[in-house]
Design a protein around this ligand. Sequence first.
Ligand code: SF4
Length: 214
Amino acid sequence: MTTITDTVTAEAGSLRVDDGWLVRVTDLKQYAYCPRVVYYQYCLPGVRPVTYKMQAGIDAQDRVEELEKRRSLREYGLEEGKRHFNIVLTSARLGCTAQVDLVVETGAGTERRLLPVDFKMSRREPGRHFRLQLALYGMMLEEAWLAPAPEGVIYLIPVKRTLRFKLDKRLRTDAESMLVAIRTMVMQERMPPPTPQRSRCVDCEFRRFCNDTI
Ligand code: SF4
Protein backbone atom coordinates (compact mmCIF):
# COMPACT_ATOMS: atom_id res chain seq x y z
CA MET A 1 0.00 0.00 0.00
CA THR A 2 1.11 3.54 -0.59
CA THR A 3 2.75 4.91 2.53
CA ILE A 4 0.66 7.59 4.07
CA THR A 5 2.26 9.61 6.80
CA ASP A 6 0.41 12.86 6.89
CA THR A 7 -3.02 13.73 8.12
CA VAL A 8 -6.46 14.63 6.87
CA THR A 9 -8.71 17.03 8.70
CA ALA A 10 -12.46 16.76 8.21
CA GLU A 11 -14.83 19.43 9.41
CA ALA A 12 -18.50 19.86 8.61
CA GLY A 13 -18.53 19.98 4.83
CA SER A 14 -14.85 20.72 4.39
CA LEU A 15 -11.74 18.71 3.76
CA ARG A 16 -8.08 19.58 4.11
CA VAL A 17 -5.50 17.22 2.71
CA ASP A 18 -1.87 17.42 3.77
CA ASP A 19 -0.42 14.59 1.68
CA GLY A 20 -0.09 13.80 -2.00
CA TRP A 21 -2.46 10.84 -2.00
CA LEU A 22 -5.66 11.27 -4.02
CA VAL A 23 -8.98 9.41 -3.91
CA ARG A 24 -10.43 8.45 -7.30
CA VAL A 25 -13.87 10.00 -7.65
CA THR A 26 -15.21 6.75 -9.15
CA ASP A 27 -14.53 5.14 -5.74
CA LEU A 28 -17.69 6.81 -4.43
CA LYS A 29 -19.78 4.40 -6.47
CA GLN A 30 -17.89 1.37 -5.15
CA TYR A 31 -17.99 2.72 -1.60
CA ALA A 32 -21.78 3.10 -1.76
CA TYR A 33 -22.03 -0.50 -3.06
CA CYS A 34 -19.72 -1.97 -0.39
CA PRO A 35 -17.03 0.04 1.47
CA ARG A 36 -14.90 -3.07 1.70
CA VAL A 37 -14.40 -3.16 -2.07
CA VAL A 38 -12.67 0.23 -1.87
CA TYR A 39 -10.67 -0.89 1.16
CA TYR A 40 -9.34 -3.89 -0.79
CA GLN A 41 -8.56 -1.82 -3.87
CA TYR A 42 -6.33 0.54 -1.90
CA CYS A 43 -4.95 -1.73 0.79
CA LEU A 44 -4.36 -4.79 -1.41
CA PRO A 45 -2.98 -3.14 -4.57
CA GLY A 46 -2.88 -5.11 -7.77
CA VAL A 47 -5.58 -7.63 -6.82
CA ARG A 48 -8.23 -6.33 -9.19
CA PRO A 49 -8.14 -7.38 -12.86
CA VAL A 50 -9.92 -5.41 -15.60
CA THR A 51 -13.00 -7.55 -16.20
CA TYR A 52 -14.75 -8.08 -19.52
CA LYS A 53 -17.67 -5.99 -18.27
CA MET A 54 -15.35 -3.10 -17.41
CA GLN A 55 -13.62 -3.35 -20.82
CA ALA A 56 -17.04 -3.45 -22.57
CA GLY A 57 -17.93 -0.23 -20.76
CA ILE A 58 -14.71 1.42 -21.94
CA ASP A 59 -15.36 0.32 -25.55
CA ALA A 60 -18.95 1.60 -25.42
CA GLN A 61 -17.76 4.95 -24.14
CA ASP A 62 -15.38 5.25 -27.09
CA ARG A 63 -18.32 4.70 -29.47
CA VAL A 64 -20.46 7.25 -27.61
CA GLU A 65 -17.69 9.83 -27.91
CA GLU A 66 -17.73 9.37 -31.70
CA LEU A 67 -21.54 9.72 -31.82
CA GLU A 68 -21.47 12.60 -29.35
CA LYS A 69 -19.43 14.71 -31.76
CA ARG A 70 -22.38 14.57 -34.19
CA ARG A 71 -25.15 15.11 -31.64
CA SER A 72 -26.92 18.36 -30.96
CA LEU A 73 -26.23 20.19 -27.71
CA ARG A 74 -30.01 20.62 -27.42
CA GLU A 75 -29.96 17.19 -25.74
CA TYR A 76 -28.44 19.07 -22.79
CA GLY A 77 -30.78 22.03 -23.04
CA LEU A 78 -28.07 24.17 -24.67
CA GLU A 79 -28.07 26.15 -27.89
CA GLU A 80 -24.31 26.25 -28.27
CA GLY A 81 -21.12 25.36 -26.46
CA LYS A 82 -17.68 23.84 -26.81
CA ARG A 83 -17.17 20.15 -26.05
CA HIS A 84 -14.09 18.89 -24.21
CA PHE A 85 -13.66 15.11 -23.92
CA ASN A 86 -11.95 12.99 -21.26
CA ILE A 87 -10.81 15.81 -19.04
CA VAL A 88 -8.41 14.71 -16.30
CA LEU A 89 -8.69 16.71 -13.10
CA THR A 90 -6.96 16.66 -9.73
CA SER A 91 -7.73 18.74 -6.67
CA ALA A 92 -5.24 19.07 -3.86
CA ARG A 93 -7.86 20.91 -1.86
CA LEU A 94 -10.39 18.08 -2.09
CA GLY A 95 -7.77 15.33 -2.25
CA CYS A 96 -9.23 13.57 -5.27
CA THR A 97 -8.65 12.85 -8.93
CA ALA A 98 -11.07 12.16 -11.80
CA GLN A 99 -11.52 11.87 -15.52
CA VAL A 100 -14.70 13.58 -16.75
CA ASP A 101 -16.18 12.03 -19.91
CA LEU A 102 -17.31 15.33 -21.37
CA VAL A 103 -17.35 19.00 -20.34
CA VAL A 104 -19.55 21.43 -22.26
CA GLU A 105 -18.33 25.01 -21.92
CA THR A 106 -20.79 27.81 -22.66
CA GLY A 107 -20.81 31.60 -22.57
CA ALA A 108 -17.94 33.97 -21.96
CA GLY A 109 -16.73 36.35 -19.27
CA THR A 110 -19.07 36.44 -16.28
CA GLU A 111 -21.58 34.30 -18.23
CA ARG A 112 -19.14 31.44 -18.75
CA ARG A 113 -20.51 28.11 -17.43
CA LEU A 114 -19.24 24.51 -17.27
CA LEU A 115 -21.42 21.42 -17.61
CA PRO A 116 -19.85 18.05 -16.64
CA VAL A 117 -21.38 15.05 -18.46
CA ASP A 118 -20.95 11.48 -17.22
CA PHE A 119 -21.72 8.59 -19.61
CA LYS A 120 -23.17 5.49 -17.94
CA MET A 121 -23.72 1.94 -19.22
CA SER A 122 -27.05 1.68 -17.43
CA ARG A 123 -30.75 1.77 -18.27
CA ARG A 124 -31.86 2.64 -14.76
CA GLU A 125 -32.20 5.93 -12.94
CA PRO A 126 -28.76 6.52 -11.35
CA GLY A 127 -28.35 6.21 -7.58
CA ARG A 128 -27.38 9.13 -5.39
CA HIS A 129 -23.70 8.16 -5.46
CA PHE A 130 -23.60 8.99 -9.19
CA ARG A 131 -24.91 12.47 -8.38
CA LEU A 132 -22.28 12.80 -5.67
CA GLN A 133 -19.63 11.98 -8.26
CA LEU A 134 -21.11 14.58 -10.57
CA ALA A 135 -20.97 17.17 -7.79
CA LEU A 136 -17.26 16.48 -7.32
CA TYR A 137 -16.66 16.82 -11.06
CA GLY A 138 -18.37 20.21 -10.90
CA MET A 139 -16.34 21.34 -7.88
CA MET A 140 -13.07 20.21 -9.44
CA LEU A 141 -13.92 21.96 -12.71
CA GLU A 142 -14.75 25.18 -10.90
CA GLU A 143 -11.40 25.05 -9.12
CA ALA A 144 -9.34 24.23 -12.22
CA TRP A 145 -11.22 26.14 -14.95
CA LEU A 146 -12.37 29.09 -12.83
CA ALA A 147 -16.02 29.19 -13.87
CA PRO A 148 -19.26 28.05 -12.19
CA ALA A 149 -20.63 24.54 -12.75
CA PRO A 150 -24.14 24.81 -11.31
CA GLU A 151 -25.47 21.68 -13.04
CA GLY A 152 -24.32 18.33 -14.38
CA VAL A 153 -25.63 15.63 -16.72
CA ILE A 154 -25.72 11.84 -16.59
CA TYR A 155 -26.19 10.24 -20.01
CA LEU A 156 -27.54 6.67 -20.01
CA ILE A 157 -25.90 5.07 -23.04
CA PRO A 158 -28.19 2.05 -23.68
CA VAL A 159 -31.42 4.10 -23.64
CA LYS A 160 -29.91 7.35 -24.98
CA ARG A 161 -31.39 9.27 -22.05
CA THR A 162 -30.11 12.57 -20.66
CA LEU A 163 -30.65 13.39 -16.97
CA ARG A 164 -29.76 16.85 -15.74
CA PHE A 165 -29.08 17.60 -12.04
CA LYS A 166 -28.46 20.72 -9.97
CA LEU A 167 -25.14 20.52 -8.13
CA ASP A 168 -26.50 22.14 -4.98
CA LYS A 169 -24.80 22.82 -1.67
CA ARG A 170 -26.21 19.71 0.02
CA LEU A 171 -24.94 17.43 -2.74
CA ARG A 172 -21.50 19.04 -2.61
CA THR A 173 -21.27 18.75 1.19
CA ASP A 174 -22.32 15.08 1.13
CA ALA A 175 -19.78 14.34 -1.61
CA GLU A 176 -16.98 15.88 0.46
CA SER A 177 -18.09 13.90 3.51
CA MET A 178 -17.89 10.65 1.56
CA LEU A 179 -14.40 11.55 0.37
CA VAL A 180 -13.37 12.07 3.99
CA ALA A 181 -14.84 8.69 4.98
CA ILE A 182 -12.94 6.87 2.20
CA ARG A 183 -9.69 8.64 2.97
CA THR A 184 -9.92 8.00 6.70
CA MET A 185 -10.72 4.31 6.13
CA VAL A 186 -7.69 3.80 3.87
CA MET A 187 -5.25 5.91 5.87
CA GLN A 188 -6.10 4.07 9.05
CA GLU A 189 -6.10 0.74 7.16
CA ARG A 190 -9.27 -0.15 9.04
CA MET A 191 -11.34 -2.80 7.27
CA PRO A 192 -15.04 -1.82 7.34
CA PRO A 193 -17.83 -4.30 8.08
CA PRO A 194 -19.21 -6.28 5.12
CA THR A 195 -22.19 -4.93 3.22
CA PRO A 196 -25.47 -5.82 4.94
CA GLN A 197 -26.82 -6.77 1.50
CA ARG A 198 -25.17 -10.17 1.35
CA SER A 199 -26.64 -10.97 -2.07
CA ARG A 200 -23.92 -8.64 -3.39
CA CYS A 201 -21.27 -11.03 -2.10
CA VAL A 202 -22.34 -13.91 -4.33
CA ASP A 203 -20.58 -12.68 -7.48
CA CYS A 204 -18.05 -10.40 -5.79
CA GLU A 205 -14.51 -10.74 -7.04
CA PHE A 206 -13.23 -10.07 -3.49
CA ARG A 207 -15.28 -12.80 -1.88
CA ARG A 208 -12.23 -14.98 -1.19
CA PHE A 209 -10.93 -12.25 1.14
CA CYS A 210 -14.24 -11.94 3.06
CA ASN A 211 -14.39 -15.07 5.16
CA ASP A 212 -16.96 -13.51 7.48
CA THR A 213 -19.65 -13.19 4.78
CA ILE A 214 -20.23 -16.92 4.17
S1 SF4 B 1 -17.66 -10.24 -0.60
FE1 SF4 B 1 -19.35 -8.91 0.11
S2 SF4 B 1 -18.52 -7.82 1.90
FE2 SF4 B 1 -16.76 -8.68 0.77
S3 SF4 B 1 -16.09 -7.02 -0.58
FE3 SF4 B 1 -17.51 -8.30 -1.76
S4 SF4 B 1 -19.53 -7.33 -1.50
FE4 SF4 B 1 -18.18 -6.51 0.10
